[in-house]
Design a protein around this ligand. Structure first.
Ligand code: DLL
Length: 433
């Protein structure tokens, strides 16, 4: 089923017409409503009247995460806060997190793009969906929730965690759709096996997995274990949350809903377009959002794009799986982690040295673990063992609460962490994605 065939199967010229009109409106809207954009436009000497078609997008300035961070919390919003119906937050590099806001119309847009995503993944009205993405400040849970309701699914807002209860829900309610991070789908399979549940007999037939990078090998493992069709969903809080693009059941790239999220793929160094099929940084303009519309937002995700029509009938361009990042953001079990956040925590704890390293591993089953090696002052090793373990617990507690995920901490003697003459090697990523 295609959610909105008129738009999703539109020919290129028709699509371009819609995109052009929306960009013209957007340029005037942000110029009038948002001093940050007015300044950016003025600096480049562009006026809204210079924007006559979607091709003129190249005249417009880029937006980066720094623009959002520096205007924390609501400075980048184009609507006043009393017009904002909902707020979400995602982790930032240091200090302030990234705050995003939705007007009532933006929430409707989100519901619609998520309904399109769910249809792309094979959902049918009347299906039941277990949403095991986190609810709360993270956009995963509520994004799926709104989309499910919009397209007429029965939504179970299970949220993430409490795996035994998830499995009981699956067995008793028999939902057809599972939505969660790919690593959680793998973790649930391990737990199910321990509980003697035959995963092949699960009620789930469709799995919609995203929020973190995952490989074709993980897809195979999930599909074989649970007996489902697993598709990839991509999105980011700044743009809307999940629902930016979604694989259809043909699984040849993720359809980007380009009538509302206009994509460009650029060389991150030069800012110029790369050729179709080449890897580059995904840049997105939110053509119709009003609370916090973003122009040419640098996602920092590396992908490639194809404009070929898909066998499913949709004409929207398709994005490859995310192949990497242009910054040092790591995604561990669906949670964004910046090494600088760890550094911030360590700097605030007496007795630690400015030498640390994160070692990331992925189990055979696809579960990520972080071990943080921290050098501590010599005195801790000559003191009673109790002080060392107290320090270890303190570091662990602070890291867990800052990052919202469990990490293992290993305190080591001075000189243990490999030194470098250039950039310190803070991250050893042993996952093979
Ligand atoms: O992760 C939104 C989301 C929720 C997407 C649920 C899909 C499902 P953020 O927390 O802002 O938003 O993180 C955004 O996560 O820039 C990518 O680096 C990464 N990411 C998201 N989806 C995928 C995916 C949500 N399918 C950041 N594959 C993005 C690889 C992904 N990376």
């Amino acid at each position: 089923m295609i959610w909105n065939e008129d738009v999703e199967c539109l020919d290129r010229d028709g699509l371009k017409k819609i995109q052009s009109q929306r960009l013209i409106d957007l340029a005037s809207y942000v110029y009038d409503k948002n001093p940050i954009y007015k300044e950016k436009f003025d600096l480049l000497g562009v006026k809204p009247s210079d924007i006559k078609s979607i091709d003129d997008i190249k005249k417009l300035p880029f937006t980066t995460k720094i623009d959002l961070r520096d205007s924390y919390p609501f400075g980048i919003f184009s609507e006043s806060i009393d017009k904002v119906a909902e707020i979400h937050v995602s982790s930032g590099t240091t200090g302030n997190p990234t705050v995003v806001g939705y007007t009532k119309d933006d929430l409707h847009l989100w519901s619609t793009v998520m309904a399109r995503s769910l249809c792309c993944a094979g959902a049918e009205p009347g299906d039941m969906m277990q949403v095991a993405y986190g609810y709360g400040l993270f956009t995963g849970g509520l994004g799926f929730h709104y989309g499910g309701i919009e397209m007429g699914l029965t939504v179970i807002p299970a949220s993430s965690g409490n795996t035994r209860r998830q499995l009981k829900i699956m067995q008793d309610f028999r939902p057809r759709i599972l939505a969660c991070t790919p690593s959680y789908a793998i973790y649930m399979a391990e737990e199910a096996k321990k509980m003697g549940i035959d995963t092949r007999k699960s009620s789930w037939e469709i799995g919609i997995f995203g929020a973190e990078p995952w490989s074709e090998q993980m897809r195979k493992e999930i599909e074989d274990t649970w007996g489902i069709i697993a598709t990839d969903v991509y999105g980011l809080s700044e743009i809307i949350g999940p629902g930016v693009c979604q694989e259809c059941t043909i699984k040849q790239g993720m359809h980007i809903f380009s009538d509302v999220f206009y994509p460009e793929i650029i060389d991150p160094d030069t800012g110029k377009d790369v050729a179709e099929g080449e890897d580059g940084e995904l840049v997105i303009t939110t053509l119709t959002k009003r609370g916090i519309p973003l122009i040419r937002y640098r996602t920092r995700d590396i992908v490639s794009i194809t404009y070929e029509k898909c066998a499913c009938g949709r004409t929207s361009p398709r994005i490859s799986k995310v192949k990497g990042r242009t910054d040092d953001m790591l995604i561990i079990r669906g949670i964004n982690v910046f090494p600088s956040q760890i550094e911030d925590v360590l700097l605030g704890i007496e007795g630690t040295q400015p030498h640390y390293q994160l070692v990331i591993t992925r189990s055979d089953k696809g579960l990520d673990q972080i071990e943080v090696l921290v050098e501590v002052e010599d005195r801790f090793f000559s003191d009673e063992i109790k002080r060392l373990s107290q320090l270890e617990s303190l570091i662990k507690e602070r890291l867990n609460s800052t990052l919202s995920i469990g990490v293992t901490v290993r305190l080591v003697e001075r000189g243990t962490v490999e030194r470098s003459e250039g950039k310190a090697k803070r991250v050893v990523d042993n996952r093979h994605l």
